[in-house]
Design a protein around this ligand. Sequence first.
Ligand SMILES: NC(=O)C1=CN([C@@H]2O[C@H](COP(=O)(O)OP(=O)(O)OC[C@H]3O[C@@H](n4cnc5c(N)ncnc54)[C@H](O)[C@@H]3O)[C@@H](O)[C@H]2O)C=CC1
Ligand SMILES: O=C(O)C(=O)CO
Length: 330
Amino acid sequence: MSRSKVVVTDFIHPPLTHEEKILGEVADTVALNAFSEDNLVGKIEDADAIMLYHFISLSEKTILRLENCKLIVRCGVGFDNVDRAFARSRGIDVANVPDYGTEEVADSAIGMMLTLARGVHFMNSRLQRGEGPWVYEQVRPTHRLRGRVFGMIGAGRIGTATALRAKALGMRVVYYDPYAPDGRDKSLGIERIEDLADLLAISDVVSAHCPRTEETQHILNDETIAQMKRGSILVNTARGGVVDAHAVLRAIEADHLRAAALDVLEIEPPEENDPLMQAWRDPSHPAFDRIIINPHAAFYSEEGLDDMRIKGSQNCYRVLTGEKPRNVVN
Ligand SMILES: NC(=O)C1=CN([C@@H]2O[C@H](COP(=O)(O)OP(=O)(O)OC[C@H]3O[C@@H](n4cnc5c(N)ncnc54)[C@H](O)[C@@H]3O)[C@@H](O)[C@H]2O)C=CC1
Ligand SMILES: O=C(O)C(=O)CO
């Protein structure tokens, strides 16, 4: 049997320790470390399987050129960077790795919420830029979290893991998720809310945990952010497209939102001249000490990354040895 070829498109650098250990018997593995889809031209066409991370997209123009590919594994949860319908039409399965970093993202969402709600980021920024002595007038009044409402958009794996943490802090957890099966609320002791506007109106913290889809694109925008409570906090560890980050900036400028944490942005890395980035870097702008921006890192842990690589490689191995892939999403 001739050897297969597996291409790891982005993010992972050699040595390909996990990949070669799992796939070495049947395939050669190549890491391209590409930063744009165009960098794949001439290097991916003969791949039998592809392992894709979140730095680049696989759109129709790339998928069309794949001659032998049987499986695209999105090594991660969100698969909004693959044209799944087009892959399906070409007979290519798309799978994800749904279970490598649920706890890390939940920890990050709660960590960012605590940092903002307890004023840590605000006070640290003030002190760091040398403003004022060590006095309590510096402290932006913070509220006790116990009894406050944690509102989630999306109550899947990460949402429910986050809910358990928020409950442990004594918060009341509510969620909006039109697709969650009945009973999730009962088994977790959280409350389902049918209407997004109702959730936004009562939540002290709104945290996004849904995929980016046509329906959720800018689900938090000028209009819906205006429905959030004055002085509330917004946390986005889902996808950049789920939240209009410029609307967040406007809501901070208008002092409607107290603070926001954005682990993900629509364009990653963002353009240097993006007004959000400029405001966030400007010590005289309210965004400086009221917005946290992370470089899409909520998922990251060494253990999680190992899991992602191992599970992604195992799925490629299955397909290259004639078995059905797991976790197909198209
Ligand atoms: N920042 C990061 O590092 C990471 C971000 N993510 C993002 O988190 C998202 C959620 O991950 P999981 O919880 O594992 O996925 P999941 O599939 O278990 O849960 C997603 C939930 O969102 C719900 N949903 C779908 N459409 C919705 C809508 N219109 N309104 C409200 N809820 C809706 C679904 O019914 C489901 O319950 C992923 O799609 C991914 O984009 C995932 C991992 C890492
Ligand atoms: O798993 C995901 O969806 C991530 O965002 C990290 O790749």
